[in-house]
Each structure stands twice: as structure tokens, then as C-alpha cells.
Design a protein around this ligand. Sequence first.
Ligand code: MN3
Length: 214
Amino acid sequence: MEAHYPFTLPPLPYGYDALLPELDERTLHFHHDKHFAAYVDNLNDLLKDRSEYQSWSLERLIQNWPALPEDIRQGVRNNAGGVYSHDLYFKTMRPTPASTPGGALLRAIDRDFGDLQGLKAALRTAALGQFGSGWAWLVTDGDGQLSVRKTPNQDIPLPLTPLLGCDVWEHAYYLLYQNRRGEYFEAWWRLVDWPELTRRYEELTSPRTQYPTP
Ligand code: MN3
């Protein structure tokens, strides 16, 4: 993702049929090419005549939306959130067979959730308990402590760093699973790219990491 405006739609990191049978081509075409693309286009439209905000990072826009002028405030909140969440969502899935976490991330999961099944149960509760549209998140703080959050709409739990987000908007699953959100959650869980998360967690918690200030 670009550092700032103009943002561009990243390509889907795998083929549209790569996540079968968990997610089908039609779902991925609509979700990536229509929904994700619309968040990118809408955010660029909102910022196109606002040069004072064109140097702001996505994270800064998300964390400081209440300070924006009223006519773009809610739009930036929704669409910057949508760009951030979908960039993470598509980048943290991979084709089955299911992978597993390792290294420091696995140790942190065992410490903070008992084991991987404990994390799965907490995420499942958040995903199924989110009333209406929203997200269930695995996040880490600056000390590497893990926790689970849920948010409505496209709200992002920054400044906690999301490692993983389960999109529970109906557009993420309705074509294939209709109203069966629990079945979608199980399918999504099999697609989680644990090697990528393990790498990102180690990068975030490495003592040499410089945390950018928003
Ligand atoms: Mn979505």
C-alpha cells in the first residue's frame, strides 16, 4: 500500500480460483474488484481537492479522522478503514492446506490464549458476535501482547496493530455461504497465512524495529 494519496488497488496476491473450495471466484471478484476497489476510489475522490491531507498516511487518516473537516470526516473514516482492512484481509490468506504459526508468534499465542484453539475460539466469538457488518481482529500492542477485538463497519483498532482481520460483512461470504457466518469463519480460518503472520509479528516485535509515529 502506498504511503499516502493517491492510493492504488493492490492486485489479488493469488489467482481468483486459488482459495477454492473455501472462497470461490465470484466472491473474490466481487470482494476485491468491486468492494475493495470502491474503498480505494472513494478515498482518492475525498482527498483529491484536499492537498493538506494528501501527504497523510493511511494510518494517520484512520487515527485522526475526527480532526478532518466535517464534509469528508465520515467518508474518510469509512473508506480509509476499508482500504486498510481489505489490504490486510487479502494479504493474510493463502491457499490450503492450512498452515500453522511458528516461532515467537506461536509462543505469544500460547501465552495469551492458552493455545491456537484458544485463539480460534476467541476470534470466532468476536466474528459471530459482531452484530451486523464489521470485523474480528487479532491485534498486538507495542510489547507483543496479543488480543482479540471486534469493530463495526470499517473501523480499525489502531493504534493496536492488526495482524489478522476476519471480514464479517455479508459481502465477504453471502454468495457462497448465504447467512451461515459460522461456516464462513471456519473456511476463512483454514486460509490464514500463518507463515506471513509469523514473519510480520517477528518484524513488529524485533528490538531493532523503529515504530513510525502517526
Ligand atoms: Mn469486505
